[in-house]
Design a protein. Structure first.
Length: 191
């Protein structure tokens, strides 16, 4: 969560692909920036095209599309023998749409969260990145539900405030493949 968490999430996706994870991105906020992946690749002396080809991305433009993407289309794409990082950019964004009745949006959102919980396991790590910009205050409960479901919640402070990363919900245990996050912390500390 925070001001521009999608940049952080896309950077972590690039790092995960670089480390050999299968990386799948479902973009519900139209915020995926391929230039961040290219920048990461050049920093690691890789061809940007090679790294971008290791990342699969799908965009959703309605909450119904996003729910279908997660509930029906994602699981068959997961490689059973590989560690997978599934990045959800703006997982709540489409559900804030006033054209969708609140009860319907809440029902779809809860079904989507249940499917994420069911898929999350030993080899599948979910990174959900939700900006606080443009939040529908009448549906703020969706963010609370997202927060409750998460194992860890990071709040990103803007660069004007030194670009800090703050744990607002620190990990109690690390049951999933956290190597990506540990590697990110190592790289971030060396810059």
């Amino acid at each position: 969560m925070g001001e521009r968490p999608e940049k952080f999430a896309v950077y972590l996706a690039a790092l995960a692909a670089f480390l050999g994870f299968q990386v799948l991105i479902a973009d519900g906020a139209n915020t995926f920036d391929p230039y961040l992946v290219s920048r990461f690749a050049r920093r690691e002396n890789l061809s940007p095209l090679v790294l971008l080809k290791k990342i699969s991305i799908a965009r959703a433009f309605t909450c119904h599309q996003f729910a279908t993407l997660i509930q029906e289309r994602l699981e068959p794409l997961l490689a059973p023998q590989a560690y997978s990082l599934v990045v959800l950019l703006g997982p709540s964004t489409m559900f804030f749409d006033e054209d969708v009745p609140g009860e319907e949006a809440a029902f779809l959102f809860r079904q989507t969260l249940a499917k994420i919980n069911q898929m999350a396991g030993e080899k599948v790590f979910f990174l959900l990145s939700q900006s606080r910009r443009g939040i529908n205050q009448r549906r703020i409960f969706l963010l609370r539900e997202l927060y409750r479901m998460a194992d860890v919640v990071l709040k990103l402070k803007p660069a004007a405030e030194d670009g800090q990363i703050i744990f607002t919900k620190p990990p109690l245990t690390l049951p999933r493949p956290w190597e990506v996050f540990e590697e990110f912390k190592r790289l971030a500390g060396s810059e």
